[in-house]
Design a protein around this ligand. Structure first.
Ligand code: GAR
Length: 299
């Protein structure tokens, strides 16, 4: 199966681009293409059967009517087949867009291209990717990582999302990868466990367009060296009764920009850094994608 996917998405870039454009997974893409194929055949078959009723011989009029019937029947046949193949929601969205255009309604806003910057496992990145597969407002177009071997790179490969493995020298003293971000037309940068402080040139180029998630209730437990388990260890060592997550805009200082969203959870007597990290991850996975979606819609 993997060999098949490799062929489909690497040898035939058209399929890869369709998957990205339609924001569907491998199985859905295969079923959508099958829907078009079966719907097309069904409509040709139905058109010929209907023309039989007229008793017309094959000639210019027959062909003219056949073309007209195909034009009328084709959408109906595709929709019918999509119901059987479980792809109706995809076609419904498609039709809604076309109807909106005809109504002269406003053109749907362009998708915002999101770049996720991450250094670790990438569980937040995965949740964000999953969320934006079915969103009309944004799509994850690039993964940026500073650690060879980080789990988030496997996620990028599995999801067929382009990724950049960045180099310290180039990030801090070179072009800061601004060219690459522009090449992917990135409109929002999302930090999801990215452990390098961003260079000022990058925060200036993307003012109010970079957000970060921090695994504590800022302004407490933020700053240099405060990441991942170090945060949870400090929270427990200080016998805090609650911790939580903070989503905030990124500026030139560590964990400092304007706070957009916070959610909290209790810290129990018997919590360890590990169990607290698990609670925090749940809060992050539930809230981060939804907050990103809101930011894009309100911008
Ligand atoms: C997340 O808990 C995130 O809040 C934290 O790193 C983890 C990444 O997990 N970020 C920081 O500590 C930033 N100061 P993930 O790789 O499973 O998404």
């Amino acid at each position: 199966m993997e060999v098949f996917y490799n062929y489909l998405f690497h040898i035939c870039p058209m399929f890869y681009r369709l998957k990205q454009h339609w924001k569907v997974n491998d199985l859905n893409l295969a079923l959508i293409l099958l829907t078009f194929a079966v719907g097309g055949s069904l409509c040709g078959y139905a058109g010929r059967k209907l023309l039989l009723i007229t008793g017309l011989d094959k000639g210019p009029l027959w062909y003219l009517l056949y073309i007209l019937l195909i034009i009328i029947l084709w959408p109906a046949c595709v929709i019918l087949v999509s119901i059987f193949l479980g792809q109706f929601p995809f076609f419904k969205r498609y039709i809604q867009r076309i109807v909106n255009r005809f109504k002269g309604g406003s053109k749907p806003p362009d998708m915002v291209n999101i770049a996720i910057l991450a250094s670790g496992t990438g569980s937040n990145a995965q949740q964000i990717i999953n969320h934006f597969k079915t969103s009309a407002s944004g799509k994850v177009s690039l993964i940026v990582c500073n650690k060879p071997g980080a789990g988030v790179l496997d996620i990028a490969r599995n999801e067929h999302i382009p990724f950049l493995l960045i180099d310290k020298e180039c990030f801090f003293r070179g072009n800061h990868y601004l060219g690459e971000l522009q090449q992917y037309n990135i409109g929002l940068i999302v930090l999801a466990g990215f452990l390098w402080k961003l260079p000022d040139a990058l925060t200036r180029a993307y003012t109010q367009k970079i957000i970060n998630i921090h695994p504590a209730l800022l302004p407490k437990y933020g700053g240099k060296g405060m990441y991942g388990h170090f945060v949870h260890e400090a929270v427990i060592a200080n016998h805090e009764k609650e911790s939580g997550i903070t989503i905030h805009y990124v500026d030139e200082q560590y964990d400092h920009g304007e706070i957009i969203f916070q959610a909290s959870c209790p810290v129990e007597e018997n919590d360890s850094p590990l169990t607290l990290a698990q609670k925090i991850h749940i809060l992050e996975h539930v809230n981060y994608p939804a907050v990103i979606e809101k930011i894009i819609r309100n911008s």
